[in-house]
Design a protein around this ligand. Structure first.
Ligand code: ATP
Ligand code: MG
Length: 160
């Protein structure tokens, strides 16, 4: 059993430092008294750091990132990571489970191996969780009319 608040604390600390360096606003909303989740801690850390790292590297200067825990679904808790970046075209979203697939961002100078999300999907499925991707982003707290943005939601089973 795993406390999301404890698991996220060190990740958010380093994300805040990177956000500041890259001139991005990082907002977080993590309620107290969250239920514990059933997850492999090491694997979940790896998944979250890749998704947060993506938001930080693909969102241009001046953009916003919002990390919110507590979306609800029966027996699951959701961690949403939204950004005001360029978004991911539908065509790319369908390929994100493939190893080494890089989307339109691959044509830019932003480095990456295209492995992060393929591994993330596999690890989360092993925990009986799910990853949802929305682009345009669905987080009304950050989306703006000029950029589509992206929202990832990681759903994890609540411990019984
Ligand atoms: P790495 O293995 O270093 O994580 P990567 O970031 O390219 O490399 P993934 O994390 O798997 O690989 O992401 C796959 C592709 O999805 C990226 O190349 C990029 O095109 C797109 N992508 C992922 N997250 C975002 C995001 N937040 N905004 C825009 N595009 C994104
Ligand atoms: Mg990545």
């Amino acid at each position: 059993d795993c406390s999301l608040a404890d698991l996220l604390a060190p990740l958010l600390l380093s994300a805040k430092a990177i956000a500041q360096e890259r001139h991005l606003k990082l907002k977080t909303e993590i309620p107290k008294n969250l239920p514990l989740v059933r997850a492999n801690i090491k694997a979940l850390q790896e998944v979250l750091s890749n998704i947060i790292d993506n938001a930080l590297k693909y969102t241009p200067k001046g953009g916003k990132i919002f990390i919110q825990v507590g979306q609800e679904r029966e027996n699951f808790i959701g961690i949403a990571i939204s950004d005001t970046g360029p978004g991911i075209p539908q065509e790319d979203i369908t390929h994100l489970g493939e190893r080494h697939y890089r989307g339109v961002q691959a044509q830019t100078e932003i480095p990456g191996t295209g492995l992060g999300l393929a591994i993330a999907k596999q690890l989360i499925e092993q925990m009986q969780g799910e990853i949802e991707i929305f682009s345009p982003a669905i987080n009304s707290a950050i989306t703006s009319p000029d950029t589509p943005g992206t929202t990832f939601i990681i759903w994890l089973p609540i411990s019984q």
